[in-house]
Design a protein around this ligand. Structure first.
Ligand SMILES: CC(C)(COP(=O)(O)OP(=O)(O)OC[C@H]1O[C@@H](n2cnc3c(N)ncnc32)[C@H](O)[C@@H]1OP(=O)(O)O)[C@@H](O)C(=O)NCCC(=O)NCCS
Length: 168
């Protein structure tokens, strides 16, 4: 069964493989990371771990039993009990509810380990899969329409302090 793990230094090779293998799949829905990301992956990984150690972010990988990365679920801009959620799943792991289940699992971590009471998220209007995951896990549209790399987006919020018994 896949396991959600907090990002660690030794995750680097598996995470790089995940990003390389799924680069074209991700680029169809979210902006491509660019060649520099892959060239300077080790430095970028170290930067993320430093940000995490400082408490500004909480990064997670969904790991398969064999040590393969199936997805990443990131909480960034942590402040005042709130954070922004972002996620991506390996193409071959999509379509079986893994993102939905993992976001729900993350809610528990948010309230028990991270002291978060509110999550924000945004998805392109055209990103049906992401919007479906957000809606199914109780995110509600804020009415904001952020531009996401030039694409029209939908802003969402999920209050975590209440409703933790209603399917989360
Ligand atoms: C978004 C993403 C994480 C969803 O992962 P997933 O594990 O397939 O999600 P789930 O199976 O939990 O739910 C996906 C839902 O979207 C639906 N869906 C998937 N693709 C769809 C599409 N093209 N059109 C309509 N619905 C779609 C699925 O049917 C499912 O809904 P259902 O169970 O009611 O049928 C994954 O597709 C992904 O990583 N995409 C690329 C990166 C990305 O877009 N990240 C989000 C940025 S905001």
């Amino acid at each position: 069964m896949p396991e959600l793990q907090r990002l660690r230094p030794d995750h680097a090779p598996a995470l790089l493989a995940f990003e390389e293998e799924n680069r074209a799949f991700f680029a169809a829905s979210v902006p491509d990371r660019g060649d520099d990301y892959f060239t300077h992956f080790a430095a970028r990984h170290a930067d993320l771990l430093a940000e995490q150690a400082a408490g500004a972010c909480h990064f997670h990988l969904l790991m398969a039993e064999g040590g393969e990365v199936l997805g990443r679920f990131n909480l960034v801009d942590v402040a005042d009990g709130s954070a922004a959620l972002g996620f991506r799943l390996a193409e071959k792991a999509t379509g079986r509810g893994l993102a939905t289940a993992t976001v729900r699992e993350l809610f528990t971590l948010c309230t028990t380990a991270y002291g978060l009471t509110r999550l924000r998220a945004a998805a392109a209007v055209t990103n049906t899969a992401s919007r479906s995951v957000l809606t199914r896990t109780g995110f509600v549209p804020t009415g904001e329409a952020p531009l996401l790399s030039g694409k029209r987006g939908v802003g969402y919020v999920r209050e975590l302090a209440t409703g933790l018994s209603d399917g989360v």
